[in-house]
Design a protein around this ligand. Structure first.
Ligand code: GDP
Ligand code: IMO
Ligand code: MG
Length: 429
C-alpha cells in the first residue's frame, strides 16, 4: 500500500486537477494540504466541466474530500463553491467533505490588503490572485489568525478581531484603502459559523484511522514547486510551501505517510503572474501554444505566458520537491510543430549553470540554453496507449525523462479524464 502526493513541477496549471481526478479512482480519500482558493483545477468528465478552487478534486469521483490544516479557507468562497458545484449535480455535504478544525480563515480584509499592496507595487507587482492568500498566511505565522474552530467561540472571535483590526486597519489606512469595522465582521462570522462548523473536525484523527485501516490517501497539491515560498522564484511566488513535504505538516500525518511523489508538468511551460520565465516565447509559437492549450487562468481569467519546456527548471523541482515520477500533460498541444526546444541550462553573465540561481537579478538575466528536437505531424490528442504515440513524441518524452532525472509515469493527451496513458501506477510503488 502506498499513498500518493501530486504536486506541480512548474509554475502551476500543469493539469493537477485532471490527474488527481483520474488517480482518485484508485484512492479512498483526497486531501488538500496547502494554498487556498488561489488554485483553479479544471476537470473534464464527459460533457461536464468542473472548476474547483478549494474543494479537493476527488469529490467528483465520490471520494471523501479533506481540507487540511495547511489550507487557508475563505468561508464565503467555500460556501459559494459548494453551491456552484451543487448546481452541477455534485452535492457536497459534511459526509463527503471534512475540514481541519485548525485551518486558517481568510477574511475580507485579507483580500483588501492583498489588492492594495499589489496596487502600491505598481510595475513591480507579483501578480497575485488578489484573494488574500499571502496576508492570511502572514497572520497565521504572526499568531493572530482566526481558525475554523474559533467559529464555535464568539468571545475568541471578538478578541481576535480586535487584534486583527489593530494591525490591518493601520496598514489599510497607510495604503489609502478603506478600513474595516469590527461589528460587521463579527456578525458575518457568526452567521457563517453554523454553515461551516458541521464540516470541521480533527482531520488528523480520521487520517490516522484511515491509514491503519489500509485506506489509500491521495494528497492534492496546489500551485507548484517554482511558486514555493522557499524554493520558487522568490518573491514572485505564493505564500505557502508547495513541495511534497508539506503534505505531511499540512494535513497532520507523519512524513512517511506521504508515499509516492508524482510531479505534474506540461510538455511545454506556462506562468500566470509576474517574475522570471527563461523559456518564455513572445512570438507566434508562444501565441499558438496559448491558443491551442487554452491558456487562460481559471481564477484570474488572465492569459498565461507560454514558453518551451524547461528541463533544467523541472529537474530542480524534481530534486527539491522530492518528485519520484512525472505526469507529463498537454503533449497534444505540441502536435504539428516542426521543431521543439527544450531548455537544458542557463547562461548568466559569462557562466553556464544547470540550475536557476536564487538571486533576483541573476534569475531575470538567465538566458536559456536550448536543445532542439524534431517535432511530429501526427495527432496525439486523445491517445490512450503508448502504441498510439508517434515515434518522435516518444523520443521527446524519453529525452525529458533523461534531462529531468525522473521517469514519466503518466501521460495526458487531452482535458478529458480518460485520455490518459498509465505507464506505472503510482499507488503500486
Ligand atoms: P491545475 O491548476 O494544475 O489543476 O491545472 P488547470 O486546471 O488550471 O489547467 C490545466 C488546463 O489544461 C485545464 O483546462 C485542463 O482541462 C487542461 N488539460 C489538462 N490536461 C490536458 C491535456 O493533456 N491536454 C490538453 N489539451 N489539455 C489538458
Ligand atoms: P493552481 O493550483 C498558477 C500565482 C499567482 C501569482 C503568485 C502569487 O491552479 O496551479 P497568490 O494569490 O498565491 O499570492 O499569488 O502565484 N498563483 C498561481 N499560478 N496556478 C495557481 O494555482 C496559482 N496560485 C497562485 O498568479 O503569480
Ligand atoms: Mg490551475
Amino acid at each position: 500500500m502506498a499513498n500518493v502526493a501530486v504536486i506541480g513541477a512548474q509554475w502551476g496549471d500543469e493539469g493537477k486537477g485532471k490527474v488527481v481526478d483520474w488517480l482518485a479512482s484508485r484512492a479512498d480519500i483526497v486531501v488538500r494540504f496547502q494554498g487556498g482558493h488561489n488554485a483553479g483545477h479544471t476537470l473534464v468528465v464527459g460533457d461536464q466541466t468542473y472548476k474547483l478552487s478549494l474543494l479537493p478534486s476527488g469529490l467528483v469521483r465520490g471520494k471523501l474530500g479533506i481540507i487540511g490544516n495547511g489550507v487557508v479557507i475563505d468561508p464565503e468562497a467555500l460556501l459559494a463553491e459548494i453551491d456552484r458545484v451543487g448546481r452541477q449535480g455534485l452535492h457536497v455535504t459534511p459526509e463527503t467533505l471534512r475540514i481541519a478544525e485548525n485551518a486558517i480563515l481568510i477574511l475580507p480584509l485579507h483580500g483588501a490588503i492583498d489588492r492594495a499592496r499589489e496596487a502600491a507595487r505598481g510595475a513591480a507587482k507579483i501578480g497575485t490572485t488578489g484573494r488574500g492568500i499571502g496576508p492570511a498566511y502572514e497572520d497565521k505565522v504572526a499568531r493572530r489568525a482566526i481558525r475554523v474552530c474559533d467559529l464555535a467561540e464568539p468571545e475568541t472571535l471578538a478578541d481576535k478581531l480586535d487584534e486583527l483590526l489593530r494591525h490591518h486597519n493601520t496598514l489599510l489606512k497607510g495604503l489609502g484603502a478603506d478600513t474595516f469595522g469590527k461589528q460587521a465582521l463579527l456578525d458575518r462570522l457568526l452567521e457563517l459559523a453554523p454553515l461551516v462548523l458541521p464540516f470541521a473536525e480533527p482531520v488528523w484523527e480520521r487520517l490516522d484511522e484511515a491509514r491503519r485501516a489500509g485506506k489509500r490517501i491521495l494528497f492534492e497539491g496546489a500551485q507548484a514547486v517554482m511558486l514555493d515560498v522557499d524554493h520558487g522564484t522568490y518573491p514572485f511566488v505564493t505564500s505557502s510551501n508547495t513541495v511534497a513535504a508539506t503534505a505531511a505538516a499540512g494535513s497532520g500525518v507523519g512524513p512517511g505517510a506521504v508515499g509516492f511523489v508524482l510531479g505534474i508538468a506540461k510538455a511545454y511551460c506556462t506562468r500566470v503572474g509576474s517574475g522570471p520565465f527563461p523559456t518564455e516565447l513572445h512570438d507566434a509559437t508562444g501565441a499558438l501554444l496559448g491558443d491551442r492549450g487554452h491558456e487562460f487562468g481559471t481564477v484570474t481569467g488572465r492569459r498565461r505566458r507560454c514558453g518551451w519546456f524547461d528541463a533544467a527548471l523541472v529537474r530542480q523541482a524534481v530534486k527539491v520537491g522530492g518528485i519520484q515520477g512525472l505526469a507529463l500533460t498537454k503533449l497534444d498541444v505540441l502536435d504539428g510543430l516542426p521543431e521543439l526546444r527544450v531548455c537544458v541550462g542557463y547562461r548568466i553573465g559569462g557562466e553556464t549553470l544547470r540550475h536557476l540561481p536564487a538571486a533576483m537579478r541573476a534569475q531575470a538575466a538567465a538566458e536559456p540554453v536550448f536543445e532542439t528536437m524534431e517535432g511530429w505531424s501526427e495527432s496525439t490528442r486523445g491517445a490512450r496507449s503508448w502504441a498510439d504515440l508517434p515515434a518522435q513524441a516518444i523520443k521527446y518524452v524519453r529525452r525529458i525523462e533523461e534531462l529531468v532525472e525522473a521517469p514519466v509515469t503518466l501521460l495526458s493527451t487531452s482535458p478529458e479524464r480518460d485520455d490518459t496513458i498509465l505507464v506505472k501506477d503510482p499507488f503500486e510503488d
